[in-house]
Design a protein around this ligand. Structure first.
Ligand code: UDP
Length: 429
């Protein structure tokens, strides 16, 4: 916090000042004749300094005048402050570096909450802003500073930047359901675009110059070639993807006009849960494949619907690139550090580069859960592209990203652990 930082800096200044005075004073009484401070107001040299310390613990001290006592007291107070300053200095490694915070917008949501956990594990101070429309207060790490509010509220977002010492922003605060975006596009324009516009205005005014943005493969629309490269055409087929693409463009033009750099991370199919079992995926309504499949062994659903079996894929069902949420979280940390190290604005795909069909995902879930998981073949879901697989070579090469949970089985195991322990998400906790 800013006030706290100022207080600590003031202490440092006092301690450093006193340390300097202490050194000056010691040097002065050692090598210079100082009048009138010194035993009995006499000239003071090295021998007299020894005498000071000797007499401090001996009866002779009583013979000294009040000025001698005062000078001894001042000397020890200075020494005490100097030591405190030194200890703080060693502890913090640097005199004026008081850790600032990363502001995570939407830090109570699925990917946001996992990123907050990983940021805190990496030793960062984290401030979370969330309007809790789709996020959960219980998903916020207890060590994060939480503010309840909406990024469209300019006064609110300004107040956060004024209260907190923010080094950079990670932006997840957006609506993210494809189907809903087609039914209520203006909600997406309001939350995603207006929210980001207000945020950027406030960032520019407060001199915050780094932002990592949660984007999506939905910016590409129907891909022309697989795997998808960042340079491929972006022709979104739904309003959600359209608003995310517009947000990216807003960052682009703002970064040209102002002192701001951004990294946009285009995720493929986020899934899995934190291996600590404390946080996981909880959407209402749930529309994603893996949590829906796991509702069957969790006795919340009788079967899983397979949407479309006539796609041009190996078993006729859609192919997706499933990427673990903790790997996504790590990519945000790497992206923020990349910007801290002066990296230029850029866009990166995040996926494992391997595709699984819907039927393969269902089969893996059967193996993990030991449940037969009945499946029902149904018609295609509107707007589903047949195959989405990322090329993430740039994220690996430039950010140094190395996914740790690339195995689909491990991904489903982490999700299963979460859903078994929290069948109703955060609500029943
Ligand atoms: N899917 C399915 N049944 C479901 C939910 C999803 O067959 O109950 C399919 C969906 O058609 C898509 C894939 O699973 O091909 C992944 O869908 P999800 O909604 O998880 O992610 P998306 O790829 O749409 O972002």
């Amino acid at each position: 916090m800013k006030e706290e930082k100022k207080k600590i800096q003031n202490n440092f200044i006092v301690a450093a000042g006193l340390l300097a005075l202490f050194i000056l004073y010691t040097v002065a009484i050692m090598f210079v004749d100082v009048q009138p401070i010194g035993p009995q107001g006499s000239s003071v040299g090295f021998a007299e300094v020894n005498q000071y310390f000797h007499t401090l613990f001996g009866v002779n001290m009583l013979l000294y005048s009040i000025t001698d006592w005062l000078s001894i007291a001042v000397l020890f107070i200075m020494f005490g402050f100097a030591m405190v300053g030194l200890v703080q200095l060693i502890k913090r490694k640097s005199l004026f570096r008081v850790d600032s915070s990363i502001l995570v917008l939407g830090g109570a949501g699925y990917i946001g909450s996992h990123t907050v956990y990983e940021l805190i594990a990496a030793g960062e101070n984290v401030v979370v802003v969330d309007n809790l429309e789709t996020g959960f207060r219980k998903a916020v790490h207890p060590d994060a500073q939480f503010y309840l509010g909406d990024i469209r509220d300019k006064a609110f977002i300004d107040s956060v930047f004024e209260k907190e010492d923010i080094d950079g922003v990670i932006h997840f605060a957006a609506s993210s359901q494809v189907g809903e975006s087609m039914k209520d596009p203006l909600k997406y324009y309001s939350n995603n675009l207006c929210g980001t516009e207000v945020l950027l205005e406030s960032m520019v005014v407060h001199g915050i110059d780094k932002i990592v943005f949660s984007s999506t493969a939905a910016t590409y629309g129907e891909p022309e070639s697989i795997p998808i490269l960042e340079t491929d055409p972006t022709v979104p087929t739904n309003c959600y993807g359209e608003t995310k693409l517009s947000m990216e463009k807003m960052f682009h033009w703002t970064s040209i006009a102002h002192n701001l750099r951004y990294v946009s991370l285009r995720y493929f199919n986020a899934c899995g849960a934190h291996p600590n079992g404390k946080i996981g995926e909880a959407h209402n309504p749930e529309t994603h494949l893996i949590p829906l499949i796991l509702q069957v062994p969790n006795h919340q659903r009788e079967y899983i619907s397979i949407f479309g079996t006539d796609y041009d894929t190996k078993d006729g069902t859609c192919v997706r690139d499933y990427i673990h949420v903790n790997d996504l979280a790590q990519a945000h940390i790497l992206a923020m550090n990349y910007l801290r190290n002066g990296g230029k604005s850029d866009i990166f795909n995040l996926g494992n580069g391997v595709g699984f069909t819907v039927k393969e995902v269902v089969e893996t879930a059967r193996e993990v859960t030991g449940h037969p998981i009945p499946a029902k073949e149904e018609a295609r879901r509107a707007g589903d592209p047949s195959t989405l697989i990322a090329s993430s070579g740039r994220a690996k090469g430039i950010l140094g990203w190395k996914p740790q949970y690339a195995d689909l089985r491990v991904i489903i195991e982490t999700a299963w652990k979460w859903h078994q322990a929290h069948p109703h998400g955060y609500k029943a906790d």
